[in-house]
Design a protein around this ligand. Structure first.
Ligand code: NAP
Length: 245
């Protein structure tokens, strides 16, 4: 069974390892925008497909039997294209989505629908913000009107002059996040509701420092899409579609 695994996340790398070990033929796909990306095991292709139509051509040309979309919860365009392309060819599609983060009692969390809405909230919540929303959409904060520290994997181009920029990639730990927030006297944290453990330490650090957190909501999944939360669920789903060509 040949699987296209849409990746770019830690879950996708881990899933690729499991599926290859289980004997599936897996091609992992990466957008190819991160320098020095961590590559999954097995076959890897990089770069966009050229929209939903390009993806459909690729699926047909490569005789793909099933698509597993394990992209980041905020990679909404890729997921939309996967739904359209796989749906048009009647190829089974499963979207692997880690659960979002949820507050615990005492947390001071504020939900925003978009980065622009998050930027508008900031001046009411603090004076020194830590932006962990990634380089895409960073410009939404340019006029937020407070001191800002932004952390990205790769530098935005052009490099923003309105914030202090640090380049780093997870996973992060709580002591490191606490030290960083203390060093820069951060009093409000901004994050996407990405979920998962690789970048959750900042939330624990904000909790310990009693800081408000602005969380940007996930884009909705396309209607009717089948989802899974764990690798085990993906394996079970694949077995139900393991039908020799
Ligand atoms: P996006 O907005 O949903 O996708 C934009 C375009 O990038 C897609 O239309 C597609 O180009 C290409 N693309 C995206 N993911 C791809 C993949 N796995 N393989 C091949 N092409 C891909 O995606 P994004 O938010 O820019 O994210 C890009 C990649 O970074 C994703 O793979 C995602 O898993 C990873 N990532 C994203 C975030 C985030 O916060 N958005 C965080 C961590 C990792 P074509 O239309 O030409 O096919």
């Amino acid at each position: 069974m040949k699987i296209l695994l849409l990746g770019g996340t830690g879950e996708a790398r881990s899933l690729a390892r499991t599926l290859v070990a289980a004997g599936f033929e897996v091609v992992s796909s990466l957008a190819g925008r991160t320098t020095d990306a961590r590559l999954p095991v097995g076959e890897v292709r990089q770069g966009g497909f050229g929209g939903a139509e390009g993806l459909a051509d690729w699926l047909r040309d490569n005789s793909v039997d099933a698509v597993v979309d394990a992209t980041h919860p905020f990679a909404a365009t890729m997921t939309e294209h996967a739904v359209a392309a796989a749906g048009g060819l009647d190829i089974p599609l499963l979207v692997l989505r880690r659960p979002g983060w949820t507050p615990v009692p005492g947390d001071n969390w504020h939900w925003a629908d978009t980065a622009t809405a998050a930027a508008k909230m900031l001046p009411t919540l603090g004076t020194r913000a830590f932006l962990t929303t990634g380089r895409q959409g960073l410009n939404a904060f340019a006029d937020a009107g407070l001191w800002m520290l932004a952390r990205c994997v790769d530098a935005p181009n052009p490099r923003p002059t309105w914030c202090t920029l640090i380049l780093d990639r997870g996973p992060y730990d709580v002591s490191g996040e606490l030290a960083l927030m203390r060093q820069h006297q951060i009093d409000v944290l901004v994050t996407k509701n990405s979920g998962g453990s690789m970048t959750a330490a900042k939330l624990e650090a904000a909790r310990r420092l009693h800081l408000p957190v602005v969380l940007i909501e996930r884009p909705p999944l396309p209607a009717g899409v089948t989802t899974a939360q764990t690798t085990t669920d993906v394996l079970t789903w694949l077995k139900t579609h393991q039908d020799p060509r």
